[in-house]
Write a protein that binds this ligand. Structure first.
Ligand code: HEC
Length: 403
């Protein structure tokens, strides 16, 4: 080899080396030191990949199941390893699709979002979104947890006689006390769902009860264009108006495809997920004064469009109606694990959350000829959570009356 060929080879190798060390450098960026503009640039780059079709579920993009900008993955604090592990299943060769290097843009975007919103570090397998009082009441059985809950009601001076409103003076005092209770602060014996129950570490039916849709939300034809436009509008300005337009669109979508009831579940989860991620966003925004509770978000949304309803409740109702495994038309990977499972037990946490989000049942549509209080009462009775039931009935009555 001639000398000048050597030089060219060396130059080429050092170019590759510089290229490689560049991408290694991105890894070692200290995100905390970046300016808002730099963070936004990383997020913009990541969003392109986030919206690109991937290799599974007919080319679904991350955005068709997760938050419009992936803020859910940032709030839940999934590790880079976990994002790569999940993302690599979606990666496909080609320029138009999500490839392995584009996946790195997503990894970087999630880190930038974490810093931009200054989210706390949580363990995604332990932190339960919207668990009232942060942690569920512990105990060996529902009966034990219920007794503890009953003791707590007594301590705060609540006596829930069935006829409590008969004695007028007492009733008035009790009603005031009940009205003051913030459901999100009060620990209960019901464990809410994790954001994700990944088959990587879970093999229970809880996999189906988590927050994320198994089927992508992908309207066909010209509606796809509109859906994307609404996503862009929300990402550019995450206000309640943009959120309600996105939710209205999804509420009006026709989900009766061959995937059957799995699609209903996926659409309801997608809507629930959109509301939850909006609340994560508000909780993280520095100096944000507005409300970040899903109760207020749900009520604001329904005042804009009553068709949005209560997706948390809809998920609970879906499981309470006890679908069979055949009806669900699950992907192969899930069928193997879930054979013989019943899905009834997945109902209660979602119904309770649905109630917390709408304590007076103003926006919740229940099955015809049934009232929502009766549906939740039956579930609580079945689970031997009698103090919880009495509390719910009394609080719902007070909230319904004070509307
Ligand atoms: C078809 C819907 C769908 C699409 C598209 C999708 N996800 Fe998910 N994702 C899920 C579901 C459902 C879960 C919950 C776990 C489960 O049931 O497998 C999840 C969980 C995750 C988790 C948490 C894993 C854990 O360990 O708990 C990460 C991280 C994730 N997804 C990243 C991505 C990325 C990155 C993309 C795009 C490349 C993507 N997802 C696209 C549905 C989807």
């Amino acid at each position: 080899m001639k000398v000048f060929q050597w030089i060219i080879l060396c130059l080429a190798l050092s170019a590759v080396w510089v290229g490689c060390s560049r991408s290694i450098n991105i890894e070692s960026i200290d995100y905390d030191t970046l300016s808002e503009a730099e963070l936004n640039e990383i997020i913009e780059t990541g969003l392109i990949a986030w919206r690109m079709p991937g290799a599974i579920a007919g080319g679904a993009a991350c955005v068709q199941c997760h938050a419009p900008d992936g803020i859910d993955l940032a709030k839940l604090n999934y590790s880079n390893f976990t994002i790569r592990r999940r993302g690599s299943g979606h990666a496909a060769p080609g320029i138009e699709t999500l490839n392995a290097s584009k996946l790195e843009d997503i990894v970087n975007m999630i880190q930038a979002l974490q810093v931009k919103y200054s989210f706390d570090s949580v363990d995604p397998r332990e932190w339960i979104p919207f668990q009232p009082g942060e942690l569920p009441i512990e105990g060996q059985s529902n009966k034990e947890r219920d007794a503890e809950f009953g003791g707590f009601l007594k301590d705060i001076g609540l006596i829930l006689f069935i006829d409590w409103f008969d004695k007028e003076e007492d009733a008035h005092q009790q009603a005031e006390k009940l009205a003051e209770i913030n459901l999100f602060d009060m620990p209960v014996g019901i464990r809410m769902n994790l954001w994700s129950e990944d088959p990587y570490y879970s093999s229970s039916a809880g996999m189906l009860g988590d927050w994320l849709p198994l089927a992508p939300i992908r309207p066909s034809g010209s509606r796809e264009y509109l859906f994307n436009e609404l996503q862009f509008a929300y990402t550019a300005n995450a206000g309640i108006k943009e959120l309600s337009e996105l939710l209205s669109f999804v509420s009006k979508s026709d989900f009766t495809t061959q995937a059957g009831s799995l699609d209903f579940l996926s659409y309801s989860k997608y809507k629930a997920q959109l509301i939850a991620q909006h609340s994560f966003r508000l909780s993280g925004e520095k100096g944000e004064q507005g409300s970040n509770s899903i109760e207020e978000i749900l009520s604001d949304l329904n005042r804009t469009d009553p068709g949005i309803g209560n997706p948390f409740w809809d998920i609970g109702q879906f499981f309470a109606d006890s679908p069979t495994i055949e009806e669900l038309n699950l992907p192969e990977s899930h069928i193997r694990r879930l054979t013989g499972e019943t899905f009834q037990d997945l109902a209660l946490p979602w119904l309770w959350l649905g109630w917390m989000a709408d304590p007076g049942f103003q926006f919740t549509e229940c099955a015809p000829d049934t009232n929502c209080v009766a549906i939740l009462s039956d579930q609580l009775t079945e689970h031997e959570l009698h103090y919880h039931r009495m509390f719910m009935q009394s609080k719902a009555a007070v909230e319904g009356r004070y509307q």
